[in-house]
Ligand binder design. Sequence first.
Ligand code: LLP
Length: 428
Amino acid sequence: MHDFKYKNKQLYCEAVNISNIAKKVATPFYLYSYNTLLGHFRKLQKAFSPIKPLICYSMKANSNLSICRTLVKAGSGLDIVSGGELYKALLVGCDPKKIVYASVGKTEEEIRQAIAKQILFFNVESLPELELINKVACDLGVIASVALRINPDVEPKTHSYITTGKLTNKFGIDFDTAYGILQNRGKLSHVQFNGLHMHIGSQIIDSQPYVLALRRIVGFIERLRKEAIRIEYLNIGGGLGIIYSEEKPQTADEFAKKVLPILKNTGLKVILEPGRFIVGNAGILVAKILYVKKTPLKNFVIVDAGMNDLIRPSLYGAYHEILPLEYKTQNAKRLPAGKAGNAQYDVVGPICESGDFFAKDRILPKVIEGEFLAIMSAGAYGFSMASNYNCRLRPMEIMVKGNKFYTVRKRDSYVDLVRKDVILEFLK
Ligand code: LLP
């Protein structure tokens, strides 16, 4: 599943002992495994090989240039949601014909840039957006390619913040509205309807909601075909769940087995846009224990990473496994609370909010100040959601390949913190 494993009670990433990195560079830092990253991309590619889909890695999960470049070199396209992601996608050499662009709030300028670069298509989320794309394309004297993002109204059984395919969500267009738009497509002279798109949510561990949504969409496409409305592409989105804790998400093969029968023989060109599945388990966040603080009710492990570095536990109550980089005690196996060698901790950061935690009441091997902890499965929506809150420096990012490690992003500096600020003349 991933290349973070213990050897002689030391946590390794591929062939590198992570403690050796932690002793050399400032913590906290993100650490990515090249092999795991590529491995997950290839697993998906292989599982779907009968229909040879275009996989467009969803950059929002982690847009580090080396991560994106690794995937682009392996043949991946990119799913983007902003002008910034378009900029980075082009910087890593992604063929614009492998770029798809979603977002409910594309600005006119962003639309203009993407049309100028001739991306594969926009995943259009509303009629006003479609009209704006048509206008911008008309101004530029070109035809813009679009796919309508359908909101199939299914329940993906995930956190409500990352549920996107229900009609109460802001995303996509319902079937009836989409049908109306396609019937009246003649009115929009500068867009070409290339496909349909869906993305029903994130961290979905079961294939059933996909099956339901896909059946609805494929049925819709058949109806359109009868009316000579041609749909070339079907973008089935991302959202595949990964293991954080006890969950048993579908594997790439299991997922493919369920959805391929619906997609095969449709003649559609299929696009997938996974983020988390590819990068989630390929990254960890390494932090140092600053203090172990005992209060009458709790044991707090205070680490040097905070919610600004990894916000998922604070924002979604997300579970991330926490492992010591070294087992110093005899207790290489996890023992129940109260047994020798283990204790119950809240693992928290230094930020001035009680929501700044990585784990609550977690059983860990007894830890001491100065030890390092690995916060697992932090490759997706970790660094990409990091901030400078509390004027903290966003962490360094490191990639391991084989027995070597490389910096793929430097840690922020204090100068970075103030680079864009202005002290007004009259205040000087
Ligand atoms: N396509 C679209 C249109 C999306 O909105 C997303 C994610 C993806 C693809 C990729 O989804 P994935 O395969 O990574 O599940 N910050 C949250 C996740 C937000 C997902 C947003 N959209 C988290 O940390 O759980």
